[in-house]
Structures are given as C-alpha cells and as structure tokens.
Design a protein. Structure first.
Lengths: 236, 488
C-alpha cells in the first residue's frame, strides 16, 4: 500500500505537484497519465525519495520513504537513463542489480534468460556497453533490471516510449502477466492512452500537478481519456 | 554566415556548465593565464642576454638549434591535450550551408586555441630584443613569420594525426626515436635542424617554405575532414568492443566487492577516470623536486613531509576528491537500491587505500636518497591512509559536480570543484601533517616523522566513528546532490 498525504512540491514559486490524498493498494496496477509538465515524473521521484517534498508525506507499506530506507528492499524503479550504468555490459549490469538484491549470478542468468525474445537478440552477448546500445535497447535493459529480485513495488516511467511496435506489444503482455501473477504493485506512467488502459486497472490523470481524474479502468475508459485530452488541446 | 557560426560558438562557450561558475574562480583563472603569459614574455625578453652572457653563444643560433624540440613539444602537447574541432556539426549538415564552409569554420576555430598564441608571448619580446641588439629587421621579421608558420603547421598536423590513429602513433614514435637518439648521443637532430631555422633569418625568402607547409597541411586536413562529414564517418562516436569482466577474486570483500568491481570497471572503461588514474602516477615523481635539492626553496624537512603526502597520495587527491561525482551519471539508481552509504563509501575507501599503498610500493626507490626519506614517505603514507582518505570522502560530499565520464577535457580542471568547504578541508590534508611534523621536529626529526605516522594510526583506529559522521553528511546532502547531478 502506497499512501500519499497532503503532498506539495514547489520549484521556486511554481507549484509542480499538489496531491491531498492518494492511496494505491497493494497488488494494483496503477497508471499515471498527463501532458508534459503534469508532474508524473515528479511524483515517481518523490515516491523514491529522489526529491525532497515541501510538504506532506509518502508512505510505502506504512514506511515514510523520506525517513526509512527499508522500502528499498522491495521497491524497484526505472525512470530514465540515470538508472543505467553506461560503462557496464548488460550482463554486468544485471549481476550488479542482482548482487544488491541478493540474487545469485546463476539465478540472474536464469531470470534474464526468460526475456530472450523481449531482447530480440540485441542485448545479451553483444559485446557492447550499455552506453553504446540504442535508446530502445537501453530501455529494455532498464525495465528487466527493475524486475530482478522479486520486487513487490515496481515503478516504471514511460516504459513504452522509444520501443518498437512489437516490443511495445510484448511489453504490454509482460507487464500484465507480471502484475497479475505475482501480485505486485505496478506503477507506470505513459503518454500512450491505449497502452495504459490495456495494462492498468486504475488510471489517474494529473494536470498541473493535481489529480483531475481517478478512474477504474472499464471499456469506455479509453474514450473518456481521449475526450479529456482533446478538450485540453482545444483549451490551448 | 560567419557571424552566425561565431554566435553559436560564443553561446556554447558561455552556456557550458563549467563556465557558469563563480566569478572569483574566473578571476583566478584569468590571473593564472596572465601569469603564464608574463612568464613567457619575461623569458623572451631575458633569453637573449642569458644566452649571450652565460653560454657565450649566439642567441639566435642557440634558439634555432632547440627550436625543433619546441616543435616536437608543440605536436605532442597538442596531440594529447588539444581538442579536435567537433563543434556540434551534425545539426548543421542538413541546412543550406556548404560543407566547405562548415569545415573551414571548424578548422579555423582551432586557431583560437591558446597553443597557437602562447608562443607569441615569447617570440615577440625576443624578436624585439634581437632588432635592438643589431640584428637586421628584415631577417628577424622573416624568421618570426617563419616560426609562427611552423607553429600553425603543427596545429593542422595535429588535426591530421588526430583523425588517423595509425598516423598519430607513427608520428609520435618518430619523435620519441629522434629524442632518444639525441639523448644517447647517436644522432643529434638539432645539428641538421638548427641551420634550417637559421636560414629563415639569413634568407628572408625562405619564410615561404613554412608558409607553404602550413597551406599544404591545412589543405590536407581540410580534405580529410570533409571526407568525414558523415554521421557514420568521422562524426560517429567510436565504440570499443566490450568484454565482460567478472573480477571474482574480489568476492572475498562481501557486499563491498559489488561496488569495488564497478569502481574498477569505472576506472578501466572511461576516458576521464582512466586519465585521472594514470595522472595520479605522475605524483610519484613530485618528490624529485624536493629530495634532489634542485629547487632551493624546497630544501627543508618541512617541505619534505609535504612532498611525502603527495608522493603516495596521487590517486587519493586526483580520484578521491571526486567521490561521489564519479557516479553522478547513475546516482539515482544507487539511491534507490537496497544498500547503504556505508557499503558504498567503504568500497571507495578501500580503493583509495589500496592505490595509496601501491603508490608507496612504487615510491620505495626513493630509498636512494637515504633511509630518512624512506621513513618520511612511509609516515606520510600512513597519514594518507589514516586521515586523508576520510577527508577526501568527506570533501567529496560537498563538491556535487556531475562528471561526464566519456569526455576528457577541461584544461584547468573542474572549476566547480573549488568551493570554500573543500578549500577548508585541504588544511588538515596538507597543513596539519606539516604542523605535526614541525612540532615533533623541535625535539628531533625522528620524533616529527613518528608523530605524523602515529596520527595516521589513530585515524585508522577511529574508522567506524569517522565513517558514521561521513555517512550522516552524505545522507544530509543526498537530495541536493541528486539535484546538482541533473544540471549538466
């Protein structure tokens, strides 16, 4: 269970995030949508204690993320390329994450092996450092890295961006499977309304840092969201 | 068009991260440049009389004799330090600007490099003195023009060999061979080259030769660069074949090993950290200034302890002071992993300590200067391990400067690395051991050395306590550091 209370984040005078209350129950697949600057990445960064809040708290399984560090044991994230170590090969990167999360190298090998088709033969044993991989392949490494060590909370910022169509479809299946079978809390953000409605059981729309919609995904959700953002674009 | 190029260049200069730093540091660097210029000018003005009075030789001939080594030096320095003109070319390629213009500009830009102009500060006063002393002004002028053309030629020669690694390796080995042959008295190139430079004075028309060389090298480099104006050609970033390195022998260090392995890969696989680590070995030779008695001012035991700190502390100072900035590119990853600062810091500490001990081993030949020197360096090493290793980690918490691991530039070091807190922390690093030594040496030199070593041993004993303090500082600085690393 993730619990956001009275949260406020300002950059100078400008308010970038203001959420009174938001609860994400354990096991939920949670989608965050919103235009650029709506505060999606800021919310995820705050949840991971990467930025300091001006006001309010975020608790992850009853623990305040800014004072306790225990949440790190069951939470993983891939927000952007700053979660990758450019001078490592993909294998070394996975081992590094495994070492930190108490997964042996052979278990990492077995785990990563499942993603052979997801990687499409372009990631493992390529004699390339992460910094030399394409943006899409870097993203794949980051996402798989965030799945190592049976985390119960997974945070992915725009996992679909930069991926080719086949991989996007494969990733959708993967995330659905993952959130259902293992009973993990999955938090993703996306600009792709269709993908996010297909993967997430609940969708929250952020606008200028505030929650403007909180929907349980149904068949008409995609249409609702499209209507909302069409209206936004007309407002200018 | 040129105005637009220039304005782009100006913006890239003034908006670069390293420029937007404190005014006082800009002034400091300004003074430093001024100092170098003044030193050169001074040397240029005095060289004539020094050579005439002390060596009793013809000043111009003597300068010409060694001019070839000046050129060698220019080529080598440029090869290793001067940047090739990359100047964000890719976005311009698709605009209606001819490729010739882009290349001409990029190559012309290299003229602004300090390497081309520093020589002038020596040449101009020297030439003036020559004319004043009765050398014919036409000859002096043609000599001056010719030499400057040579200097410019090295500029474009450098562009050529920089573009072609094989050519670079060949050129550098030829230079090394010539230097070596001279050194062992087999073949003295200055005997042949001296008259060539002298001819510039005797036959003013000869100045056309270096000018022709300059034009030729420019054309050659131009053709070379124009050919490379493709994003899969010269503009592509070079990729090395990656190999997986396990370092399983480090596993005995437990969780610290996880970070230690990464640190080794960090040093081995990134230009920036590799050159820093290699540079730190140069510190080993620092002691030669002190123990050979070549610099009179340094001939006191107080200065020797200072030297000792640097001899074994090369890696500690050059690499250690930028912890945790080395990990700036992926600091958010580390901050969300299931690990503590303690393990992270411990790995960095271990790395610094091992490097310090290796430096000490390599420094043992200093025994040549006597056992007291040996013990002095040993004491300084213990101090480095026991005190300075903490202090650099501590200071690093305040530096907060993102490091671009893949680039290798920044001639004057990283300007943001200067700040009041890090400056204050250098006091215990360098001044305190000298002070401790001074206090002890009032009794005897041996006691001074022993006290310095003892301080180091005491530092080691309090390791856990000190680490707790440093850890608290790192935790307190976490969000500020994360924010700073985002500002590239």
């Amino acid at each position: 269970m993730i619990h956001v209370k009275q949260l406020k984040k300002l950059y100078g005078e400008k308010q970038v995030l203001a959420i009174d209350a938001l609860e994400i129950p354990s096991g939920q697949s949670f989608g965050l949508v919103g235009n650029n600057g709506a505060g999606k990445t800021t919310l995820f960064s705050a949840l991971l204690d990467l930025i300091r809040l001006n006001q309010g708290t975020i608790t992850n399984q009853e623990m305040d993320v800014s004072s306790s560090e225990t949440w790190k044991q069951f939470t993983t994230a891939f927000l952007d390329e700053t979660f990758l170590i450019g001078y490592l090969t993909p294998e070394e990167y996975f081992y590094f994450i495994g070492d930190l999360r108490g997964v042996s190298h052979s278990d990492v090998d077995a785990f990563v092996g499942q993603f052979e088709d997801f990687f499409h033969g372009e990631v493992l044993k390529q004699k390339k450092y992460l910094r030399d991989l394409s943006k899409g392949n870097q993203k794949k490494v980051g996402i798989v890295g965030a799945l190592i060590g049976s985390p119960s909370v997974i945070v992915l910022d725009e996992p679909f961006a930069n991926l080719d169509p086949s991989t996007q479809i494969r990733l959708k299946e993967l995330l659905r499977e993952w959130s259902q079978q293992k009973g993990v809390t999955l938090l993703i953000s996306s600009h792709d309304l269709q993908h996010v409605t297909e993967v997430c059981e609940r969708i929250v729309v952020l606008d200028k840092g505030e929650v403007v919609k909180d929907i349980k995904t149904q068949t008409q959700t995609l249409k609702d969201l499209e209507a909302f953002f069409t209206q936004k674009s007309q407002e200018g | 068009m040129l105005a637009q190029f220039l304005s782009l260049q100006w913006k890239s200069f003034t908006r670069s991260a390293s420029f937007s730093t404190h005014l006082s540091i800009k002034i400091l660097i300004g003074f430093l440049l001024l100092y170098f210029a003044a030193t050169f000018a001074f040397l240029g003005a005095l060289a004539y009389h020094i050579i005439q009075d002390e060596l009793a030789r013809d000043p111009l001939e003597t300068v010409n004799q060694f001019m070839i080594y000046g050129c060698f030096y220019w080529v080598v320095m440029r090869y290793f330090i001067q940047k090739t003109p990359v100047f964000n070319i890719t976005p311009l390629l698709v605009h209606p600007i001819s490729k010739n213009k882009i290349v001409h500009f990029a190559m012309g830009k290299t003229l602004s490099s300090g390497f081309n102009w520093l020589g002038l500060f020596f040449m101009i006063p020297f030439a003036i003195v020559l004319v004043v002393e009765g050398y014919h002004w036409v000859g002096v002028l043609s000599w001056f023009v010719g030499i400057m053309a040579f200097v410019m030629s090295t500029n474009y020669f450098n562009l050529l060999i920089n573009n072609n690694q094989k050519a670079g390796a060949i050129a550098l080995s030829v230079l090394a061979l010539l230097g070596g042959l001279h050194y062992v008295y087999i073949f003295d190139i200055t005997v042949c080259s001296g008259p060539v430079f002298q001819a510039l004075y005797q036959y003013p028309i000869a100045a056309l030769v270096p000018i022709a060389l300059w034009v030729f090298l420019y054309k050659a480099a131009f053709a070379d660069y124009k050919k490379e104006m493709y994003i899969d050609g010269g503009l592509a970033l070079q990729q090395a074949d990656a190999k997986t390195q396990e370092f399983t022998w480090l596993n005995r260090f437990g969780k610290t090993a996880v970070f230690l392995k990464n640190d080794l890969r960090l040093i081995l696989r990134n230009k920036r950290s590799k050159s820093t680590a290699l540079m730190s070995f140069l510190f080993l030779f620092y002691g030669l200034f002190f123990f050979t008695g070549s610099v009179e001012m340094y001939n006191s035991p107080m200065w020797s302890i200072f030297a000792g700190i640097f001899i074994s502390g090369g890696f500690l100072f050059s690499f250690g002071q930028f912890v945790p900035s080395w990990d700036s590119a992926y600091y958010p990853l580390l901050m969300t992993q299931n690990t503590s600062y303690r393990e992270y810091l411990n790995s960095k500490w271990l790395l610094i300590v091992v490097a310090t001990l290796i430096s000490w081993l390599l420094s043992t030949p200093y025994i040549y200067f006597g056992w007291d020197v040996f013990f002095l360096i040993l004491a300084a090493t213990v101090y480095n391990v026991g005190v300075n290793s903490y202090l650099v980690l501590w200071g690093g918490a305040y530096i907060k400067m993102p490091i671009d691991l893949t680039s290798n530039k920044k001639a004057f070091g990283d300007k943001q690395a200067f700040n009041i807190k890090t400056l204050l922390l250098t006091i215990p690093k360098l001044v305190l051991p000298v002070l401790i030594y001074f206090l002890g040496s009032q009794h005897s030199e041996q006691l001074g050395i022993a006290l310095v070593a003892l301080t180091g041993v005491m530092g080691l004993a309090f390791k856990n306590h000190v680490f707790s303090i440093i850890e608290r500082i790192y935790v307190a600085q976490k969000h500020k550091t994360l924010w700073a690393y985002k500002q590239k």
